[in-house]
Design a protein. Structure first.
Length: 298
């Protein structure tokens, strides 16, 4: 691209618009998080997932009575043709075998497709480890970015961009959980950590370009350098992200039901991460620089 053209493009001139766009997405999601929270799967709450294929009729009241007779409670149930899916309170192996041997269940001629139990203590431990892992990752990333670019502002801005992506993803799934019954599980945690690493990687690409331009165009203002860095890296960032997005869309449309919400989380996070690396992390540096300039001029 011709260098003279780069001087005309000033995407950071409208940095406040990018902040407004981010806030318009984050605020509804954050409100949903505060009011409704996330809808946890049994990976976090503890319980049993049971999927049966039923040949003969099994009335809902008979199923409830059979589950209650072994000391469990049905939390959710759904039917899809002759496939019955149940989520119950933790149902250990012995109790589950008693349930299968119940005359009302035997009469339905069931075939087991899935049986999984997670204890509540394991769910609580998973939540704690997830929070520790995310917190430690954020701290190490901030220190690494600050050390690499010799400026704490870069590290803090990268973490704020990560926070932006986290709130977008968590808020989206909070809304989906409340209105569509979408649950978050261990795959969702994997998606969050994957997206955070993607976001930081994309942000570092922009920051690295800023550093290189400062060496060659030291006579330019910091904001002009950021403008150039954003313009020069935007094409690469969009090309990489669109490749990922098209692949994820194909997997979402053609993949199995068990990974659909995982793919959706990656898709939302990739879009948010692509946006934040250019239109959140860089504008934060611009805003910070303007505040510092005003403070020093007084």
């Amino acid at each position: 691209m011709n260098q003279n053209n780069l001087k005309i493009l000033e995407p950071m001139k409208y940095y406040w618009i990018y902040f407004l766009i981010s806030l318009s997405i984050i605020i509804p999601g954050t409100y949903s998080l505060i009011r409704y929270g996330l809808r946890p799967s049994i990976d976090f709450t503890g319980g049993s997932n049971i999927v049966w294929q039923i040949q003969d009729e099994l009335r809902s009241e008979d199923l409830t009575a059979a589950v209650t007779s072994v000391g469990a409670v049905i939390k959710e149930q759904s039917r899809d043709g002759n496939k019955l899916s149940l989520t119950t309170s933790p149902l250990e192996s012995d109790a589950y075998q008693k349930l299968r041997a119940d005359s009302r269940v035997v009469a339905a001629k069931i075939t087991e497709l899935e049986y999984q139990t997670v204890g509540p203590s394991l769910g609580g431990e998973l939540i704690r480890k997830t929070l520790y892992g995310v917190s430690l990752s954020a701290l190490l990333i901030m220190l690494y970015v600050a050390y690499r670019f010799k400026d704490l502002r870069y590290g803090i801005s990268a973490i704020l961009a990560m926070l932006h992506d986290s709130l977008v993803l968590l808020g989206t799934f909070s809304l989906l959980g409340h209105y569509a019954g979408v649950e978050v599980d261990t795959l969702f945690v994997t998606a969050v950590l994957t997206i955070l690493s993607f976001s930081v990687h994309d942000t570092i690409v922009v920051y690295d370009r800023i550093r290189e331009l400062k060496k060659h165009y030291g006579y330019l203002s910091f904001v002009d350098i950021i403008n150039r860095a954003v313009v020069e890296t935007m094409g690469r960032s969009l090309n990489n992200s669109l490749t990922i997005i098209f692949m994820l869309l194909s997997m979402y449309l053609l993949g199995g039901e068990s990974i659909r919400h995982f793919i959706l989380a990656l898709l939302v996070g990739t879009i948010s991460g692509t946006y934040s690396s250019t239109f959140t992390a860089a504008p934060i540096l611009v805003f910070w620089n303007k505040l510092s300039t005003r403070k020093n001029s007084k």
